[in-house]
Design a protein around this ligand. Structure first.
Ligand SMILES: *Cc1c(COP(=O)(O)O)cnc(C)c1O
Length: 435
């Protein structure tokens, strides 16, 4: 399989190059030349398959012979070593709990898979590799955990000071070893811009071997399609209604992975792009010109993205046609008050504690149901454990969500971060000092 850049200004390349470079030299995002469709036989077996089993079949055509089959199997077994259960909330709604991994958020799936793929692909390079990543919260911890102590790889995390939750911050600021956290005086968009600028700086790239671990990396995106198949498999054991996925969205990697699954043949009836006040994509889906803007802070802060990077991929998947996109995706934007109200409603009705991101997706699915009378099954992607946003949960529900042990253990450690202005010159100087 060859990978091309969404900007079309660099020649197509191998999976290996696409993964290691992260972002193409023309600043485009890598896309597979075509989306392979899976055979009928796969879909017949799907309801009985385990997550690692189906993941191997989904991954194979994207990687081809660039890794041997046994390596792919090993990567998947190691990366997907936690369950992703589909929990029923009511007759028409299920929550796909994606937060049972080491950092209690769905980004574990992509980060664990990508770090292992990279380690395999880099075996022969023999140079130190720097993974540069901007985070609005959960990416940082998932990537830090994924790469922790992986030999030959140093991870540099940029995060907006004061704009991530305490638990999130402690998860990537307490590891040490090959993980460095830069605490940037600015917003997530500033961090993202700094990372992008670093990748396009020829001088820097000549001096050090840089790679990215944001959802722009194709090796983080691909594994996220696995759980759409797995959710569908679990649902099909009990219902044959059409399936609608409601996806709490920020950079739109998660939703894009769902679109990959659909184009591979997964019968998804519809997708919901559920956003908070950062409504760039919902506005576009409602017929407005596409217009990225600065992010605004909300209680679902992992989705505070005003200029979503994966939108370029969504566009190419629909040949740049708004009409085609609208056939498959409806967008909703929720206010924080609505998110809080939804958290309360869900707790009162089902005694289920949902995190603010999941709540946005749940409410968006309800709004979708009000506009569409056809009976469907909604699958809400539960992207984070509520304890990860314990402050918001406590404020809203007046209870402390139980803290999973993997989160509790980092809170007692010492925070190590390096403060930095939102200036590329400062970042560049820091990186050059490392070599
Ligand atoms: C990152 C994140 C999102 C947004 O996912 P994207 O792939 O960037 O759209 C949603 N919820 C949580 C909890 C996240 O950490």
């Amino acid at each position: 399989m060859q990978y091309y850049s969404t900007n079309l200004l660099t020649p197509p390349t191998t999976f290996q190059k696409a993964v290691i470079e992260g972002l193409a030299k023309d600043k485009g995002l890598f896309m597979p030349e075509h989306i392979p469709t899976l055979p009928d036989d796969f879909f017949k077996r799907l309801p009985d398959m385990s997550l690692p089993q189906l993941a191997k079949e989904v991954a194979l055509p994207f990687i081809g012979d660039e890794l041997v089959k046994e390596e792919i199997s090993q990567i998947i077994e190691e990366a997907l070593n936690f369950d992703i259960p589909l929990v029923q909330l009511n007759e028409h709604t299920h929550i796909l709990e994606l937060f049972h991994g080491p950092t209690a958020a769905f980004k574990d799936v992509g980060a664990r898979f990508m770090s292992r793929v990279m380690a395999h692909l880099l075996k022969d390079v023999g140079k130190k590799v720097y993974v540069l990543v901007a985070t609005s919260g959960d990416t940082g911890s998932a990537v830090a955990q994924g790469f922790y102590k992986v030999p030959g790889i140093d991870v540099v995390i940029l995060y907006p000071s004061g704009k991530v939750s305490k638990v999130q911050e402690m998860q990537f600021c307490t590891l040490g070893e090959n993980i460095t956290a830069l605490e940037v005086d600015g917003t997530f968009d500033d961090c993202q811009r700094l990372v992008k600028t670093a990748f396009s700086d020829a001088h820097l790239r000549e001096k050090l071997y840089l790679t990215s671990a944001n959802s722009i990396n194709i090796a983080r995106l691909l594994p996220q399609s696995f759980y759409y198949f797995y959710a569908y498999a679990q649902l099909r054991r009990k219902s044959s209604d059409p399936v609608v996925f409601s996806v709490p969205s920020g950079n739109y990697g998660n939703l894009t992975a769902g679109l990959f699954a659909q184009q591979m043949g997964l019968p998804v009836h519809h997708f919901i792009a559920a956003s908070n006040a950062n409504d760039t994509v919902p506005l576009y889906l409602n017929g407005n010109p596409y217009s990225p803007k600065p992010s605004v802070a909300t209680i679902s802060n992992a989705m505070d993205v005003g200029d979503p990077s994966n939108f370029a991929r969504m566009r190419t998947l629909f040949s740049d046609s708004l009409q085609k996109m609208q056939q498959h995706i409806t967008g909703f934007s929720l206010k924080d008050e609505e998110t809080r109200q939804t958290m309360q409603d869900i707790f009162e009705q089902y005694q289920y504690i949902i995190d603010p991101h999941g709540a946005v997706a749940y409410k968006a699915f309800q709004l979708y149901q009000q506009q569409n009378t056809q009976a469907v099954q909604g699958i809400i992607l539960g992207t984070a454990h509520p304890a990860k946003f314990g402050e918001v949960v406590k404020d809203t529900l007046h209870i402390d969500p139980p803290m999973p042990s993997q989160l509790a253990s980092c809170l007692g450690r010492e925070k190590k971060s390096i403060p930095m202005a939102a200036s590329f010159e400062e970042l560049k100087a820091f990186l050059l000092e490392q070599v």
